[in-house]
Design a protein around this ligand. Structure first.
Ligand code: SF4
Ligand code: SF4
Length: 200
């Protein structure tokens, strides 16, 4: 996996070096393969158990779930959420090189500033649809052991993201972002164009 050069500031950033940056340790402007692997380790087990649960009800319905995941993570989420992310503004690559949506195409234009209410609704409902789809089918097939394992893995995945990702994420537009105001303000000082787009 290839990632942005960690020594080169983001294109939105006005600094010439990241070396002595006061937010460098607080938020992740650059990503690496370890972060991507940890994210995959938190998500893939839940997805595999979800797939097994759907398969036990009706193998054909796996295709619908995979199609929803592909459309959501490949296009819809990228438009409503990631297109607001400073990482998205990088012109060096045409696909995302971050910890979560690595490889998704950047088809939309970069739109700094907050997400609209409609974008937040689409973002949340899309995520819920993907998480709940297997639950409904597992209940219909009455495989309650698989249901419990799936729910536990979803909670673990959610906990991991909330604890180790959302509080270091540079996309302040995301409704799940947990970076505190002081760190945000410091980041805005380095990225005045982004700050201005939040003031509009
Ligand atoms: S805010 Fe700028 S200088 Fe600081 S870590 Fe991010 S890209 Fe580097
Ligand atoms: S919002 Fe998250 S997943 Fe989307 S581009 Fe930014 S870091 Fe990647």
């Amino acid at each position: 996996m290839k990632f942005l050069d960690p020594k080169r500031p983001l294109e939105t950033c006005q600094e010439h070096s990241c070396d002595n940056c006061n937010v460098k340790k607080e938020i992740h402007c650059h990503f690496n393969s370890n972060q991507a692997k940890k994210f995959l380790l938190s998500v893939v087990p839940a997805m595999l158990v979800g797939l097994i649960g759907i398969y036990m009800y009706n193998p054909l319905l796996i295709l619908i779930w995979l199609l929803i995941c592909f459309l959501y993570f490949g296009f819809i989420e990228i438009r409503v959420m990631c297109s607001h992310c400073p990482h998205y503004a990088e012109t060096e690559t045409k696909t995302l090189k971050c910890w979560a949506n690595y490889g998704s195409p950047k088809l939309w234009k970069y739109r700094p500033g907050p997400m609209s209410t409609l974008e937040k609704i689409v973002f949340i409902l899309g995520g819920l649809l993907i998480a709940v789809y297997p639950i409904l089918l597992i209940i219909l097939s009455q495989n309650y052991l698989i249901l419990v394992v799936y729910l536990i893995l979803i909670v673990v995945c959610f906990y991991y993201m909330r604890t180790y990702m959302c509080n270091h994420c540079i996309n302040f537009a995301c409704p799940a972002n947990r970076v505190d105001k002081k760190v945000r303000d410091n980041f805005f000082e380095h990225n005045p164009q982004i700050r201005d787009s939040w003031k509009k």
